[in-house]
Design a protein around this ligand. Structure first.
Ligand code: BES
Ligand code: MN
Ligand code: ZN
Length: 495
């Protein structure tokens, strides 16, 4: 997609679809609507009245174009009453992008509404995210015939270089988030741990990031016994992937942050096999890992003044003659022994080894993200991620980051009472406690492996995949979390 910023007057851009945002209650006589009436005639007011269009959020209306204007189709979107911020601009642009795809437009013009700081970047991010679709495995009639390959973002004032750079960066960030979506949407026969590692390596190589991959012999040598245990039942061996971004001119004061992702390329549940209905969704059990790859790609574009590590533990959880079982006891990279209770609670085992490895880097903050528990989806619904932390001040900063990024995240408590449920008679710890508070006991288990590192665990089980398009997200993989993590990095850079 070619995306550009232009200060051309909207009705003079030759595009298949032009989208304008209208604030709620805007007068039909002046402003944008007045201008439209002048150019397109009194029909404008009649259509708005007939369609009951008042600019409320989520309202939209099409105004027929004549030969005096350049766009082929003109669509008005309601912006609602609230003052616009970058989040609203991003959502508006995503709506426009989604509309353009539905309308089979090859070119789209979006007038950036309002006078919002950072709106060029936000609009570019939004249009890329909203127009995303995954068509790799469609053939013939199922393949879209039209590609949206030209997007023009329209600004009211003069074009500055800073604005153009911001739009270009927004496109890069949006496209980075789409890397996560692509990886999540890949079918599990095509994307197994080795391939996930290949994708991460390719991303790093093309952007000048360092990367190392540990294959099974290397994991064994390092003593990553829990990752090995989870991957034992699969013919596809597990991997650990370590990506590194170092800022230019890094010194002793440069902050360091580690991101960890759960990369189960498929989760059958293993010996404790899952019921068949919906099991296909478990191709997305590498959503956390996909987010980390996407985040590192975004970081390579944003170039923050922070050292960023992205570490993925990847395996496939399968039932097999050699699969791990309930009752098994394994050591771990940390050294603690773990009694296996339910082989479907595999994610926390993989994360435990990666977190113990990540803490050796002595980061200022370590954040893991994982499609970890159904319990988190029960607690918060399918569109909100839950986060946990061992540091109160980190929670507040993370809350603000999610808020400014426009991603739905809610803190859940580390309830100490539940720690008892992880006591094992036969090993140092067991990995599953009672059913109630399942997202919390999973977090308590992970905490055992982070030492005294400041740490946040984000359970993205709900939002990582969407069963229908909404907000910034398309159906399937969403990449929810990446924009928040980028804010956290920004925040750390200026701290
Ligand atoms: N990958 C699942 C969690 C999940 C559920 C992700 C729904 C996305 C949507 C995880 O590995 C799992 O199976 N967790 C179990 C844990 C239980 C056995 C303690 C769960 O949540 O039921
Ligand atoms: Mn599972
Ligand atoms: Zn899982």
């Amino acid at each position: 997609m070619k995306l550009s910023l232009s200060s051309t007057e909207p009705l003079s851009v030759a595009v298949d679809v032009l989208v304008l945002g209208i604030p709620e209650g805007a007068s039909a006589k002046d402003g944008i609507l007045g201008e439209l009436t002048t150019r397109l005639g009194p029909a404008v007011a009649r259509i708005l009245k007939r369609e009951d269009f008042t600019g409320k959020k989520d309202q939209s209306v099409e105004i027929p174009c004549n030969d005096d204007v350049k766009p082929a189709r003109l669509i008005l979107f309601g912006l609602g009453k609230e003052p616009l911020g970058a989040i609203e601009v991003r959502l508006f642009a995503a709506r426009a992008g989604r509309f353009a795809i539905g309308a089979k437009a090859a070119s789209l013009g979006v007038a950036i509404p309002g006078d919002v700081v950072g709106s060029e970047r936000a609009a570019a991010e939004g249009v890329v995210l909203g127009s995303y679709r995954f068509t790799k495995y469609l053939t013939g009639d199922r393949l879209p015939k039209v590609q949206l390959d030209k997007v023009t973002l329209l600004v009211a004032g003069a074009l500055t270089k800073a604005a153009k750079d911001a739009a270009a960066l927004g496109q890069q960030v949006g496209e980075a988030v789409c890397i996560a979506r692509d990886l999540i949407n890949e079918p599990p026969n095509e994307l197994y741990p080795e391939k996930l590692a290949d994708a991460a390596v390719a991303m790093c190589k093309s952007r000048g990031l360092q990367v190392t991959v540990l294959d099974r012999p290397a994991l064994e040598k390092k003593g990553m016994k829990l990752i090995i245990a989870v991957g034992r039942g699969s013919r596809r061996d597990p991997r650990m992937i370590h990506m590194i971004y170092k800022p230019k001119g890094a010194n002793a004061k440069t902050k360091k942050i580690v991101f960890v992702g759960k990369g189960l390329t498929f989760d059958t549940g293993g010996i404790c096999i899952k019921p068949a209905p919906g099991m296909e969704e478990m191709k997305g059990d590498m959503g956390g890992a996909a987010n980390v790859v996407a985040l590192m790609a975004a970081v390579a574009a944003v170039k923050p003044d922070v050292e960023v590590h992205g570490i993925i533990g990847s395996a496939e959880n399968m039932p097999d003659g050699d699969a791990y079982r309930p009752g098994d006891i394994f050591g771990s990279y940390d050294g603690k022994t773990v009694e296996i209770i339910n082989t479907d609670a595999e994610g926390r085992l993989v994360l435990a080894d990666v977190l113990a490895y990540g803490r050796e880097l002595k980061p200022d903050l370590m954040i893991d993200n994982a499609t970890l528990t159904g319990a988190c989806v029960v607690a918060l619904g399918p569109t909100v991620s839950g986060y946990f932390t061992n540091r109160d001040e980190a929670a507040e900063r993370f809350r603000k980051a999610a808020k400014t990024a426009g991603e739905a995240m809610w803190q859940l408590p580390m309830v100490e009472d539940l720690r008892d449920g992880l006591k094992s008679d036969w090993a140092d710890i067991k990995h599953v406690a009672d059913r109630w508070g399942g997202a919390i006991s999973a977090a308590l288990f992970l905490r055992e492996f982070v030492g005294d590192t400041a740490w946040i665990h984000v359970d993205i089980a709900g939002p990582s995949m969407a069963n229908k398009a909404y907000g910034l997200y398309s159906k399937g993989g969403t990449g929810q979390g990446v924009l928040t993590f980028l804010r956290v990095i920004d925040d750390l850079a200026t701290a």
